[in-house]
Each structure stands twice: as C-alpha cells, then as structure tokens.
Write a protein that binds this ligand. Structure first.
Ligand SMILES: [Zn+2]
Length: 88
C-alpha cells in the first residue's frame, strides 16, 4: 500500500497547488489523482503518483459517459425536397 491518506494529503496539484482526489479502480487500487479545479487527472503507476502536468489526462476534453445527450426530435433539420440551394 503505497498511497494512504497521509501521503495523499501531501500531494497537491503541481499546476494550482490545490487538493487532489484519489480515484481507485474496481479493485480499489489507486488509479489516478484528480484535480477538480484544473480538470486534470494525474496517473498513478505502480502505486506511484506521476505529478507531471505533461502526463496528466485532461478531463475537460474527455467527458465521462452521460455528458451530452442529444435531444430527440426537437431540433431535427427539416429537409425540403423542392427548394435545393447551391446545386451545381
Ligand atoms: Zn490543479
């Protein structure tokens, strides 16, 4: 067990010096350290957190499932068959 709460409290985001949230996988192994302010996730490799901005994963660019749900039916483009514009 390399990561515990005591160690975690010492770890801050290298970008904003803010607190980090430890995420674990399904087997409760440390997965990544998330900075909510920067929306960055720093990977944990073999129990060792990699506190490098260049190694961090951007959460903003890769939203989790359930982010944008397309609205059904409301904004369907109306296709008019008899008024075509820009036909060659
Ligand atoms: Zn940060």
């Amino acid at each position: 067990m390399t990561l515990d709460h005591r160690l975690l409290s010492l770890l801050v985001c290298p970008a904003c010096k803010g607190p980090l949230e430890l995420r674990r996988d399904a087997e409760s192994r440390p997965l990544e350290l998330v900075c909510a302010a920067d929306r960055l996730a720093y990977p944990v490799r073999d129990g060792i957190p990699v506190m490098l901005e260049g190694e961090a994963r951007s959460l903003a660019e890769a939203p989790q499932a359930g982010g944008e749900a397309p609205q059904a039916g409301s904004d369907a483009p109306q296709a008019s068959s008899d008024a075509r514009a820009g036909e060659p």
